[in-house]
Every structure is written in C-alpha cells, then in structure tokens.
Design a protein around this ligand. Structure first.
Ligand SMILES: Nc1ncnc2c1ncn2[C@@H]1O[C@H](COP(=O)(O)OP(=O)(O)O)[C@@H](O)[C@H]1O
Ligand SMILES: [Mg+2]
Length: 217
C-alpha cells in the first residue's frame, strides 16, 4: 500500500449540452483496492469511468496518475498508462480459445512470423494462474459462463502495454470459498469521501470501498 493514490480524479465535472453528468466529483484509487461505484441510472457512473479511460475529457477538474496531472485524449493513451476497462458485456470471439482471445492482436510470433501457439498458451496460462482462476487457456470461449467470460476480459488487461502487474501488493490469501486469488481485494474499509458528489455508502460492508454517486440532474 502506498500513501499516494495510483489514480485520482479531483473536482471533475462533465456536461453533455444541458445535462450535467458530473459535478465536482473526486475519487482516489490506491494499489490493490477494489471499489464499487453505486448510483441510479443516469447518475454518471459510466461518464466517470469513461473519463478515467480516455473516452471523455472532463470539462473541469484534474486527473492525476501517480501524482502527475494527466490528460488522456483517447483510450489508447489511457491504455498505455495501464488503465483498462472491462465492460459489462463481454466482447469475445466464441470460436477462438481463451488464449487467442486474451492475446488478440498481440500474439507472440515465431521468427518466421507465424503465431507461437506454445508461447501463447504458456503466457495466458500464467496470467490466469496469477488471477487465481482455473481456466484452461486452450479451451474455446464458447460454453463459458458469463462470469468466466468476464475473467477472460480481465485477463486481457495485464497484457496491455503499460499495464501495472501489481503482484507484490495483491492479496493472495484464500478467499471465503478457499480459492487463492490475486484479483483485487478490499484491504481496508472505505475512507470517507471528500467530494460533494461521491459519498461513502454505509451499505458498503467489508467487501469493497463503496462510494455512491448521486445524481445532480
Ligand atoms: N454521450 C452522451 N451524450 C449526451 N448525454 C450523455 C452522454 N453520456 C451520458 N449522458 C448523460 O449523462 C448522464 C449520466 O450518464 P451515465 O454516465 O451514463 O450514467 P450511469 O452510467 O450512472 O447510468 C445521463 O443523464 C446521460 O443521459
Ligand atoms: Mg452506465
């Protein structure tokens, strides 16, 4: 755990024409943490995430990556900085294997330019082991549960250029079901939220730091 948030948004606002999607929203994300962002439809959750991911630019406020002010002009810039979004709907190729999906567009090549399938399977096998999920990288995606398809989406993130392999700080202790996992845990209770728009929800419980985003519209 570091004293400085890896990613922070301070006093961000965003309007779409007359619609104020975000007003003075602040959020700080530390290493190894998981947060849940709660709010009714239209509260601005997607807008907030899209600002972090370079889809939208905030009209005001500041985005800090490891303490440095940053502006992401597109998703590629955010991705290069190690920010990955896993969307609710998996976008996987059902007829391809788990490994082919994870490394889509960045398959390891042999010297002759052909795809190195063995390297692909071992790379993805390692990523899945690190994530603590017993998924066979050689199996096709077709037939996987939605939960496992989302794991495949998550597995894509560590292979992005610039991704933070924060293995040293993830909690690998067994979870409640006894599985070992390196998926982010919630190592401490949520801190109070300083902003007008993002509030700590007492319903957060012990699982996640759980801010709720209120709708100002
Ligand atoms: N691209 C857009 N153009 C116009 N209005 C938008 C756009 N994206 C979001 N909004 C509006 O901003 C508000 C917040 O939307 P959104 O961030 O999608 O909320 P949530 O994800 O919490 O449901 C809503 O009123 C929505 O209609
Ligand atoms: Mg949304």
């Amino acid at each position: 755990m570091t004293d400085q948030p890896i990613l922070a948004l301070h006093h961000a606002s965003k309007s779409f024409g007359p619609v104020q999607a975000l007003v003075d929203v602040s959020l700080e994300l530390y290493g190894g943490e998981a947060h849940a962002l709660l709010g009714e439809n239209g509260a601005g959750k997607s807008t907030l995430v899209k600002i972090l991911a370079g889809v939208h630019r905030a009209d005001g406020g500041e985005l800090l990556l490891e303490g440095q002010p940053r502006t992401f002009y597109n998703t590629a810039e955010a991705r290069d900085a190690g920010i990955a979004i896993i969307y609710q709907e998996p976008t996987l190729f059902a007829d391809l294997t788990v490994a082919e999906n994870v490394l889509m567009g960045r398959q390891p090549l042999k010297s002759g330019g052909r795809i190195d399938r063995r390297a692909m399977l071992s790379t993805v096998g390692e990523i899945l082991r690190d994530l603590g999920v017993p998924l066979d990288p050689a199996r096709p995606v077709r037939g996987l549960s939605i939960a496992d398809q989302q794991i495949v989406e998550i597995a894509k993130a560590p292979v992005l250029p610039g991704a933070r392999a924060d293995h040293g700080r993830t909690d690998r202790s067994p979870d409640r079901s006894g599985n070992r996992t390196a998926l982010p845990r919630c190592p401490r209770p949520a801190r109070p939220w300083g902003s007008r728009s993002v509030h700590h929800s007492p319903a957060g419980g012990s699982l996640c730091g759980m801010p709720a985003l209120h709708n100002h519209a």
